[in-house]
Design a protein around this ligand. Sequence first.
Ligand code: AMP
Ligand code: ZN
Ligand code: FE
Ligand code: FE
Length: 294
Amino acid sequence: MRIDLHTHSRVSDGTDTPSELFEAARLAGVDVVGLTDHDTTDGWDEAYQAAETLGLGLVPGMELSTQHQGHSVHLLAYLHDPTYQPLCEEIDRILEGRDGRVERMVSVLSGLGLPITVEDVLAESADAVSTGRPHVADALVRRGLVLDRDEAFSRFLAWGRPAYVERYAPDLVSTIAMVSAAGGVTVIAHPWGRSGVSRRLDESAFAYLKAQGLSGIEVDHQDHDPAMRVQLEAIAHNLDLVVTGSSDYHGRGKKDHELGVNLTAPEQFEALLERAKAVAAASGRVTPTVVMPR
Ligand code: AMP
Ligand code: ZN
Ligand code: FE
Ligand code: FE
């Protein structure tokens, strides 16, 4: 069974609709897809339909950008109750923070001689629940100012580049607690990846996060080289954390992140589902179902 637990659709900053993403998964020979759009579960319904139609598996999830000790950490949440009110309120704060920064990015870019408008950017995110830097990048591409998202990030939008603008991010530990209270399990996404300023979370940091309710570490990710994967796997093993692998697919929006490029081992997937069951039971919430492939 080929399991890919981290993907993005047009509902956030990918380029495929959830249905197109599942069709692409079928073509790539991926059997189980984790749909983890940024800050939203709005793609879940369409994903359930597509999974059912194609006989593929689905793990509904979401990716949240959090902060931990002043550093950005991406958190994957799976199988939580999407109606859990405290989490919905946190997501609303995140979406507000996203909206607020579009205008600032546009004005910095204009100052740099890159004439795009807020309307240009919003046109790129028309199908999405919120607007992110990839949509700003798409607007620059459409105006012919850069070649692709990669160039837009490396020259202007990445952390440390001139048009980078901070946005509100909730605290990592509180977010882990909130997802657990919503009946979901959490996995740190690409912990040693390039996501902005993320410092290397070490074994003691992971031990602490596990005590706060963390279930796993995304080890096999394109941002991690082979040596990092070996070290992270050892940490996960020592701490009895689940090891996941995934593509972080964004459709045409991200190079070298094709569906199935990294996979989660079936026994690790089983372990994650076991933890999800336990967390859901402890939370008392009604949690979404996992679809297994036919
Ligand atoms: P935001 O959530 O608005 O801060 O934007 C972060 C998103 O930008 C993440 O989903 C990343 O996957 C994406 N991203 C970061 N660097 C790049 C890049 N070089 N090319 C394409 N997308 C990127
Ligand atoms: Zn993204
Ligand atoms: Fe991420
Ligand atoms: Fe992602």
